[in-house]
Write a new protein. Structure first.
Length: 159
């Protein structure tokens, strides 16, 4: 199956079913005779901007983060603001670094959005399962990044 077709199928599966993890998604794909490795599914999840949210029963669930139209930079900033409101749990500053705690399995997506937008205040990002380390040049730059992530409506670090 071509990547584009697999992506469309994944979007369909996620919109119609409560998919809680990659293994469940792989099981659904196998029902459609689609075989894919865990690494491929991970890339697909990243490419499709799929995030884990908490459903009404309090359980994790995959959801498409945005519509799949080609975003403009303004759309990307709006997406970042929505994402900060939805997935960030805590933000701290340690010298020239901003440490961001996210909901589980969302750190890499938020770091990717930050990287795509590129700010002069951000030198690099490193993401794990639920933590991002944002490296800035100076403590003052890190404070600006922290202030934006704590309240993105107040100012933009991408202007």
């Amino acid at each position: 199956m071509r990547k584009k077709d697999r992506h469309e199928l994944i979007k369909k599966i996620i919109s119609e079913n409560a998919i809680r993890n990659q293994n469940e998604l792989m099981d659904y794909l196998q029902q459609y005779q689609v075989s894919a490795t865990q690494a491929t599914i991970s890339r697909d999840i990243r490419d499709l901007k799929i995030v884990k949210t908490i459903d009404e029963s309090g359980k994790p669930r995959f959801e498409l983060f945005q519509d799949q139209q080609e975003p403009t930079e303004d759309d990307d900033i709006k997406r970042l603001i929505r994402m900060t409101n939805n997935v960030i749990v805590k933000v701290d500053t340690v010298q020239f670094m901003t440490i961001v705690s996210t909901l589980p399995d969302n750190a890499h997506l938020l770091a990717s959005v930050l990287d795509d937008l590129s700010s002069e205040l951000i030198v690099a990002t490193m993401a794990s399962f639920d933590t991002i380390i944002i490296i800035s040049r100076t403590p003052a730059d890190a404070q600006q990044v922290t202030a934006f992530l704590q309240d993105p409506s107040q100012r933009s670090i991408f202007s």
